[in-house]
Write a protein that binds this ligand. Structure first.
Ligand code: ADP
Ligand code: MG
Length: 221
């Protein structure tokens, strides 16, 4: 499903380049639940953003469902991303001038879906995440934990085949965090591919494999 070969990411630095990801070769099969772990600054978020096709400035090869992401036209790549990927951002990235309900509707608006069906889907999701009472509020009116829940709900609402989640429970209470992991476990059982970045061994234990990053390299030790 996801295949990286000698992927590298670097930034220009005086007198050369600073490598953030180095020689990453990684295969993630459909239906896997992978946890990416490693110290702060190891390149975990950078890698996840490349997998999510938010970042096109890298070297090497990336195949997603047999599509060569490097050579794919931008519009086709965007369509692939919107059809298949649900992304939970570490910093939430909700749209500030849209309400919670409008934020949730956004991924559905890219689908060929009738208005009524979209509204029903948003209502179901608000209910499932226990945030019905927040639907008309703006992100700035929510706590960090509530924004994170909305971010997870938004990533899942359009039934993606792949979920990429950057520390999805980092700002949640223990109970809420466990609910998200249980939700991921159910989706995984239904065949959804999940890649999460986490610092928590407890969260990693919900997955089927751990990939450790250190200084931009996959740590095979
Ligand atoms: P992690 O998520 O594992 O904590 P990141 O992927 O966020 O790590 O960052 C990896 C490294 O990339 C860090 O050393 C960070 O300083 C560096 N980095 C991130 N963005 C930039 C940038 N725009 N310019 C230069 N270095 C950057
Ligand atoms: Mg990070």
């Amino acid at each position: 499903m996801i295949h990286l070969d000698h992927l590298e990411k670097s930034y220009p630095r005086s007198g050369g380049r600073e490598y953030v990801l180095r020689n990453i070769s990684l295969e993630i099969r459909a239906g896997e639940f992978v946890s990416i772990m490693g110290p702060s600054g190891a390149g975990k978020s950078t890698l996840l953003h490349i997998l999510g096709m938010h970042d096109a400035e890298w070297q090497g090869t990336y195949h997603f469902l047999d599509h060569d992401i490097r050579t794919m036209p931008t519009a086709a790549r965007l369509s692939l991303q919107r059809t298949h990927i649900g992304f939970v951002f570490q910093q939430y990235h909700l749209l500030d001038d849209l309400t919670v309900a409008e934020n949730l509707d956004l991924p559905l608006s890219y689908r060929d879906m009738k208005k009524g069906e979209r509204q029903a889907r948003v209502a179901d999701t608000l209910d499932r995440f226990g945030i019905v009472g927040k639907k008309d509020l703006f992100p700035s009116q929510l706590s960090g934990g509530q924004q994170q829940l909305v971010g997870v709900a938004r990533a899942l609402i359009a039934d993606p085949s792949v979920i990429l989640a950057d520390e999805p429970t980092g700002n949640l209470h223990t109970d809420q965090g466990r609910e998200i992991m249980e939700l991921f476990t159910r989706l995984h059982a239904q065949g959804v591919t999940i890649v999460q970045v986490t610092h928590s061994e407890t969260n990693a234990a919900y997955g089927t494999r751990v990939v450790r990053l250190r200084d931009g390299r996959v740590d095979t030790a």
